[in-house]
Design a protein. Structure first.
Length: 188
């Protein structure tokens, strides 16, 4: 893998940098209901160069670390890392994501148009247990007790701002739970 300033990151170029935001809201499961957690976070997204797979696929790579802190006690309560990958030939974005609960996933999407009606970059990726391409891997414990069945992420980036909403569908405490997170961040 080579790190090179000439690498074409395609639409992902706009993600590079350190992003911070304090308007986060997390809706998380509790045995007897729902927990609402206001949060702030920092996402650090860095260039990872590019690489070749099977001498035919070329991927441009960004890697990131995301630390999310609960406002009520200033403790990190979500720690995530992964890659954003761009396949220019196939016009495909892939988000690989790992959290220390022993859940990892690949969310992807084929794109034809990356701009929303205001000219901002718009990215939408999806992963599901049942999808033929973009899947979730989790430990036996999580499969049995707090199973992630799908993940959907929608991000809009423009003028140094990032806005996202993500929905993680869970089977937990004997019911289906819509675990959501949203925030607005600024490029530092
Ligand atoms: C800003 C992002 C996120 C925050 C702040 C967050 C926060 C939380 C919180 C507070 C819980 C409840 C924990 C407990 O009561 O013990 C939870 C549960 C869970 N989250 Fe997240 N989460 C985020 C994103 C994600 C993502 C992206 C995934 C997976 C793709 C995920 C998977 C899970 C799972 C599987 C559980 C069930 C485990 C449990 O409640 O014991 N979360 N999350």
């Amino acid at each position: 893998m080579s790190v090179d300033i000439a690498v074409d990151y395609g639409p992902l170029k706009e993600l590079i940098g350190v992003w911070s935001g304090d308007k986060g809201m997390d809706i998380a499961p509790e045995p007897d209901g729902t927990e609402e957690n206001p949060y702030y976070e920092t996402i650090t997204i860095e260039e990872g160069g590019d690489l070749e797979n099977a001498q035919s696929q070329r991927l441009s790579v960004l890697y990131y670390r995301r630390l999310v802190t609960r406002k009520s006690n200033n403790k990190v309560f979500h720690d995530e890392t992964g890659y954003w990958l761009w396949d220019a030939k196939e016009k495909t974005i892939i988000h690989s994501l790992s959290i220390p609960r022993a859940v990892t996933l690949l969310a992807g999407a084929h794109f034809t148009n990356f701009k929303d009606k205001h000219g901002n970059l718009e990215i939408e990726v999806f992963s599901s247990e049942d999808d033929k391409d973009w899947n979730i891997v989790q430990s036996p414990f999580m499969k049995n007790n707090a199973r992630t069945t799908s993940f959907h992420q929608h991000i809009v980036v423009g003028n140094g701002k990032m806005k996202y909403k993500e929905t993680t569908m869970l089977n937990i405490y004997g019911r289906v739970f819509e675990h959501t997170d949203e925030n607005e961040l600024k490029l530092q």
